[in-house]
Design a protein around this ligand. Structure first.
Ligand SMILES: [Zn+2]
Length: 271
């Protein structure tokens, strides 16, 4: 596995993490910058059908304990939480994924509690996003945020997808036929969410991207709608970004000059 460190840049830091101690051994022994977002490949590659895993789950877990992504052959939605890597399979059930599986796309970090408060009375994903966006305006729109929301969800609607076989089709084509959905009511669980700033629009979906797991870790997926009961949110402010290119034959011949903004919106919203 060859990886290329594309960019590692620091944005001006105007604050200090209030409490950065999660005291876990994966963080202490990590060879990576534990304060950074680590991104495997780019969403625009995944969009074009690059479902070839390039980083192992074991390596991904040394880059962070919290994050989102997918697996080789688009085999379900990836949720990394509390240092455990889960797959939400096509039946929207969670499985713990073995260390030797590979990942074509993911964003992970070690979650620090830079800010935490109660979050109540948000009845849709639009309300959730706009509430979080207002907070981002206060905190600064030009850095990354990893968030985690824990608590009761009055209703949560999420999806996953079926594992693909070769030759791979573009993601928006796959989701027209191979997407699966689930709604749960009155369930305790956690959302892991990533905020990507606007200037990263060629590398990822800008704004918010949420994955969900139930508290019993039996169900989960990519969140399409959420009605929050009593929840608590934790924010990790992240001023550094590393990206690892797959450097595979397929990746190296992809035409990444194509504007994919509309296709990405479709895919993110599950339309
Ligand atoms: Zn997703």
């Amino acid at each position: 596995m060859k990886k290329l460190l594309l960019s590692s840049f620091l944005l001006p830091v105007s604050f200090i993490a209030l409490s950065g101690c999660s005291n876990n051994s994966a963080k202490e022994s990590s060879k990576y910058n534990t304060e950074a977002i680590h991104q495997v490949s780019l969403l625009q590659g995944l969009m074009l059908g690059d479902y070839y895993g390039s980083v192992t789950v074991k390596e991904l877990k040394s880059m962070g304990n919290t994050g989102i992504g997918t697996f080789n052959s688009l085999n379900g939605e990836l949720i990394l939480i509390d240092g455990i890597c889960y797959r939400a399979n096509e039946s929207l059930e969670l499985e713990v994924v073995s260390d030797d599986e590979t990942v074509p796309f993911a964003d992970v970090t070690f979650l620090d509690n830079d800010l935490s408060y109660e979050l109540n009375g948000l009845n849709s994903i639009e309300e959730l996003k706009s509430t979080l966006d207002s907070k981002v305006k206060e905190l600064g729109t030009n850095r990354f945020y990893m968030i985690r929301i824990d608590g009761l969800f009055d209703e949560i609607y999420f999806r996953s997808e079926k594992k693909q076989s070769l030759p791979y089709k573009p993601l928006n084509e796959v989701l027209k036929t191979d997407q699966t959905f689930k709604t749960m009511t009155n369930t305790n669980g956690s959302i892991v969410g990533l905020y990507t700033p606007n200037y990263m629009s060629d590398l990822n979906a800008v704004g918010w991207h949420f994955h969900f797991v139930t508290e019993d870790r039996r169900s989960g997926g990519h969140v399409l709608n959420a009605d929050l009961g009593e929840c608590n949110i934790t924010w990790d402010y992240t001023d550094s970004f590393n990206m690892y290119l797959p450097n595979g034959e397929f990746f190296n011949t992809l035409d990444l000059t194509v504007d994919q903004d509309e296709a990405i919106k479709e895919v993110e919203q599950g339309n």
